[in-house]
Ligand binder design. Structure first.
Ligand code: ZN
Length: 248
């Protein structure tokens, strides 16, 4: 299955395998990835870099919003091939490093009647995302930290989906990468609109709902989620709708 690339804000490109989004940022002649798709999405990244007149070696950093397999993706290949540093919140470092995922608070059996569930399972298995490919060297970031990475991204910790789930803010560009803290397409039910991830994929769903408060007050014109389309209706409205949608 071919992926596709869309410019979602100036110098920010969404790469998608059809289920999970990851993002390529152009900044000061360098490239930064927010998430690394599924393991087989390396070619999608390499082609996108070429199309921008860059080389994969221009990659400076891979910022993971959390350590699930459809976000860690090809991070290890990126690290070993380009020397880019891989970052994730300190509470997800262990998961990224070992590939071991903790328990989820919802049952997968709740989604078996949804076509979206089967489509997600099929796409992610074809893209090699059934298991996390461990990253041998991972740097941990913490809440509020401004990273020494092109674009000076700031970390907004918002646990629940995983313990170390985080959003990443590019303050200068008013762009917020929400990872799986807040998505706009439900990979298990197909529902569209701002919402937290389905319980079958969350470590702690009540905590994920509570963590939405960590996004409020952030100035961002564009929200770029791990799953679904970009949201331009404002942070407060996205949070309001996600709370109203509740658990799934
Ligand atoms: Zn996830």
């Amino acid at each position: 299955m071919a992926g596709h690339v869309t410019e979602v804000a100036e110098g920010i490109h969404r790469l998608s395998n059809g289920v999970a989004n990851f993002y390529l940022i152009e900044e000061s002649g360098k490239l930064v990835l927010v998430d690394a798709g599924a393991p087989k999405d390396w070619t999608l990244f390499a082609q996108a870099a070429l199309d921008l007149g860059k080389a994969v070696g221009d990659l400076d950093a891979v910022l993971l919003t959390h350590a699930h397999s459809d976000h860690v993706g090809f991070a290890e290949q990126a690290r070993t091939t380009t020397g880019a540093r891989v970052w994730v919140h300190e509470q997800d470092v262990q998961m990224a490093h070992t590939g071991k995922v903790g328990p989820r608070d919802g049952r997968t059996s709740a989604y078996l009647l949804h076509g979206a569930f089967w489509r997600t399972a099929l796409v992610l298995s074809m893209r090699g995302a059934i298991k996390i490919i461990p990253v041998r060297e991972v740097s941990g970031f913490s809440d509020g930290e401004v990273l020494d990475v092109p674009g000076s991204p700031r970390v907004v910790h918002a646990p629940g989906h995983t313990d170390g789930s985080a959003a990443i803010l590019l303050e200068d560009r008013a762009v917020l990468f929400t990872g799986d803290v807040l998505c706009t397409h439900n990979a298990y039910t197909g529902r569209v609109g701002p919402q937290i991830m389905p319980s079958g994929l969350n470590a702690d769903t009540p905590q994920a709902l509570a963590s939405l408060a960590n996004l409020t007050g952030i100035k961002a014109d564009v929200l770029l989620p791990g799953h679904g389309e970009a949201w331009t209706g404002g942070v407060e409205e996205a949070v309001r709708q996600a709370r109203a949608a509740g658990r799934s």
